[in-house]
Write a protein that binds this ligand. Structure first.
Ligand code: NAD
Length: 252
């Protein structure tokens, strides 16, 4: 389904990352995948993963460092000339702000979380736009806490709401260039980012118990949906937030 397609995936920290499930599935479907690492610590975990899927480009990208983004997109342009897809699977909030009450969130923590988890999508879309010469697909990762108040999700709820609104505005602006922008909203998955939430195990147990399918979603299953969203088969899906949560969000 992805033969001859090339794309960039930002957000593989280790083999548990949702982005890794997507990278594996896209590679298996025939795509060439460039990977990035946020810092030297994550590089030690993700280097072997880049080798496993034969990533021709494996570079550092801390989304708060514009010079790293410039170097990455220069390299992509030089090597490939264009890209077909971009996956943004990046989120961060300072622990003190994330685990406290939302009403106590500091301005600094709020700005940092918004910058890294939301505005980084806007920056990456801007950098990818001139390289998506034949159109393309941009996908990000959201969560149900954008829509409903989920206990212990706190600050990330409003941040994901802003991310989903950003998806719609980007999608409307980029559609005339045949670049589509969408989000997947998976149910909870045990990852490093997930484990930053207080009582994450409770959230996992509740999702497994209450989802109509009565199981948790895996990174491989999310990867299958991401592959479809990056493929030409989904080219008329624009500006959507697609739940991949075994039906949890339909339960009242
Ligand atoms: P993860 O920890 O594997 O991935 C988070 C990624 O964000 C890591 O690769 C980390 O390096 C990266 N990151 C953080 N700060 C960065 C920065 N300054 N520059 C570049 N990269 C940075 O966890 P995950 O759960 O796979 O998270 C991926 C996405 O999925 C996030 O947007 C998360 O909110 C979303 N999501 C997660 C769940 C879940 O339950 N785990 C559910 C729904 C949505």
């Amino acid at each position: 389904m992805m033969k001859d397609k090339k794309g960039l995936i930002v957000g593989v920290a280790n083999e548990h990352s949702i982005a890794w499930g997507c990278a594996k599935a896209l590679h298996a479907a025939g795509a060439e995948v460039a990977l990035t690492y946020a810092n030297d610590k994550t590089k030690t975990y993700s280097q072997a993963l880049a080798t496993e899927i034969k990533s021709p480009i494996f570079m550092s990208l801390d989304v708060t460092k514009p010079e790293q983004s410039t170097a990455l997109f220069d390299e992509i342009k030089q090597r490939w000339g264009h890209i077909d897809f971009l996956l943004h699977a990046v989120a961060f909030a300072p622990k003190a702000d994330l685990q406290g009450r939302f009403v106590d969130t500091s301005g600094e923590g709020f700005s940092q979380a918004m910058n890294i988890s939301c505005h980084s999508l806007v920056r990456l879309a801007k950098a990818a736009e001139p390289l998506m010469t034949a159109g393309g697909s941009i996908l990000t990762l959201s969560y149900y806490g954008s829509e409903k108040v989920i206990s212990d999700y706190g600050l990330m709820g409003p941040v994901k709401a802003a991310l989903e609104a950003s998806v719609r505005y980007l999608a409307a602006e980029l559609a005339p260039k045949n670049i589509r922008v969408n989000a997947l909203s998976p149910g909870p998955v045990k990852t490093r980012a997930g484990s930053g939430l207080a009582d994450f195990d409770k959230l996992l147990a509740k999702a497994a118990d209450e989802a109509p399918l009565q199981q948790l979603v895996t990174i491989e299953q999310i990867g299958e949906v991401a592959t479809y969203m990056m493929s030409d088969k989904s080219k008329h899906i624009i500006g959507q937030v697609i739940y991949v949560d075994n039906g949890y969000n339909i339960i009242g």
